[in-house]
Design a protein around this ligand. Structure first.
Ligand code: HEC
Length: 115
């Protein structure tokens, strides 16, 4: 009976720390860039592509996943791009402005249109 109780306590402790870890991760994803609402439609060609061309393609030029040279492969990897940009993992070695992050995030949340 005592052993059973110990296992129960251990189980609850592990569960609690797992919940804590997943909450911490959520906080990291929702940095300041996440707060602003996406109001107007973002244009891929006028707003998103210039940022990606200037800040991403030097490394993501077909030699490394994801290939960011064209709309097809950019929209195919939209979820990964969103997460890498919002968490500021990318661009590696530098950073985008909050406005640039919002442009990319809103374009992806709006359906990653070829517009
Ligand atoms: C200086 C080089 C460099 C630049 C600039 C760069 N990346 Fe990366 N990227 C990498 C490397 C190296 C990896 C693979 C290793 C890793 O994941 O850290 C990677 C991986 C990725 C991945 C897949 C792995 C993940 O973390 O999700 C995505 C998506 C990505 N980059 C998006 C971008 C975007 C979007 C930009 C521009 C805003 C960008 N990268 C700019 C070097 C770069």
């Amino acid at each position: 009976m005592k052993n059973y109780l110990n296992i129960k306590i251990l189980f609850i402790a592990v569960l609690t720390s797992l919940i804590q870890i997943s909450c911490d991760n959520n906080v990291e994803e929702e940095t300041s860039a996440e707060i602003i609402e996406c109001n107007s439609e973002v244009s891929f060609s006028a707003q998103v592509k210039p940022i990606i061309d200037n800040r991403c393609v030097e490394c993501h030029n077909g030699n490394r996943f994801p290939d960011l040279r064209n709309i097809q492969s950019i929209s195919a990897s939209a979820a990964q791009i969103r997460s890498a940009v919002v968490s500021r993992r990318m661009p590696q070695g530098s950073s985008l402005s909050s406005e640039q992050i919002e442009i990319i995030r809103c374009w992806i949340d709006g359906g990653a249109l070829n517009n």
